[in-house]
Design a protein around this ligand. Structure first.
Ligand code: IPM
Ligand code: MG
Length: 356
């Protein structure tokens, strides 16, 4: 089969890590007889610098015409002083929204080889964990009304968290469907003790839960969830939550796996066209130095094969290759303990390629 993939390399380490994932896809394609065609499009700071727009129309059109999209990262100090609606991050929200990608899957699991890299105590890590974070991606405070105004204390700023029943229902369904293929447990995270939007979230999730009697559904407040992720991560199977809570909790979940450089993500809507990106950012401090960990992006490529193209065996092949490389003790700088040799981005990519 022939697959057309749009590449949005973006800023910082984006180009390096996407290059690694492309090499891996070529190798997998050659092994299993698929052709992957790649087309680059601009996004983020580089797009602002080149064409004066973080999300040019050609990029949106190119993504919508592709079979799937792979993204590196956007943003950096150079663009940090731009007004909010001109920042590179706005382009990322824009492409998620333009592609209708309301679901963000962020799997955080412990690789046995990385037990030592996790900051958690050994007795907690020993139990292992495999969390599928299902984050709502096109609603909530990220997209609600915002602005500046005069308040009773003078100038103030506001952002609005709003969720419709429709938005909650569709993400809840994804969570329950995902749980049906896993351990059949969903934890729905909210702040229903304070927020009205969370109370509607909770009510709606409970209604959807009735259609999935086999799945155990539990509510958890977001502050408690933040604590439970480091106290007992083994208790989680599927976690479903709002855009902002999912953003925060997925960074926390990534860190306990050993490094934020390990966490892949898939953003999906109602079609098979998705957007795949590592959950980490553009890491401007190490950009262009060949030091970045490309594993999250390579694992995102595996998610693309699985979720967009239904190439299960091929996806497994990438994940097994990553596993083998970690088992053999190869580490990038973010994973290496003091005294251990850190491989560069291209070196670890070569190791992974040689296992495919
Ligand atoms: C993420 C990132 C983005 C988000 C930023 C860069 C807009 O933190 O994908 O988690 O908040 O969604
Ligand atoms: Mg984030």
């Amino acid at each position: 089969m022939n697959y057309n993939i749009a590449l949005l390399k973006g800023d910082g380490i984006g180009p390096e890590i996407v290059e690694s994932a492309v090499k891996v896809l070529y190798k997998v394609g050659a092994k299993y007889g698929h052709t992957f065609n790649f087309t680059d499009y601009l996004i983020g700071g580089i797009a602002i610098d080149t064409v004066g727009d973080g999300l040019p129309k050609e990029t949106v059109d190119g993504c919508l015409a592709s079979d799937s999209v792979m993204l590196g990262a956007v943003g950096g100090p150079k663009w940090d002083t731009l007004p909010g609606d001109k920042r590179p991050e706005k382009a990322l929200l824009g492409i998620r929204s333009a592609m209708g990608l309301y679901t963000n899957l962020r799997p955080a699991k412990l690789y046995p080889a990385l037990k030592d890299a996790s900051p958690l105590r050994t007795d907690i890590v020993e139990k292992g964990f495999d969390i599928m974070m299902v984050r709502e991606l096109t609603g909530g405070i990220y997209f609600g009304e915002r602005g500046r105004r005069q308040g009773k204390n003078g100038e103030e700023a506001y952002d609005t968290e709003a969720y419709s029943v429709m938005e909650i229902e569709r993400i809840a369904k994804v969570a329950f469907e995902t749980a049906m293929k896993r351990d059949k447990r969903v934890i729905s995270v909210d702040k229903a003790n304070v927020l009205e939007s969370s109370r509607l979230w909770r009510e709606t999730v409970h209604k959807v839960a009735k259609d999935y009697p086999e799945v155990e559904c539990t509510d958890m407040l977001v502050d408690n969830t933040a604590m439970q992720i480091v106290r007992n991560p083994a208790q989680f199977d599927v976690v479903v939550t709002s855009n902002i809570f999912g953003d925060i909790l997925s960074d926390e979940a990534s860190q306990i796996t050993g490094s934020i450089g390990m966490l892949a993500s898939a953003s999906l809507g109602d079609t098979t066209r998705g957007l795949y990106e590592p959950i980490h950012g553009s890491a401007p401090d190490i950009a262009g130095q060949n030091k970045a960990n490309p594993i999250a992006t390579i694992l995102s490529a595996a998610m693309m094969l699985r979720y967009s193209f239904s190439l299960m065996e091929e996806a497994d092949c990438i994940e097994e290759a990553v596993n083998k490389v970690l088992d053999k003790g190869y580490r990038t700088a973010d994973l290496a303990k003091s005294g251990e040799t850190a491989l560069s981005c291209t070196e670890i990519t070569e190791k992974i390629l040689s296992e495919i």
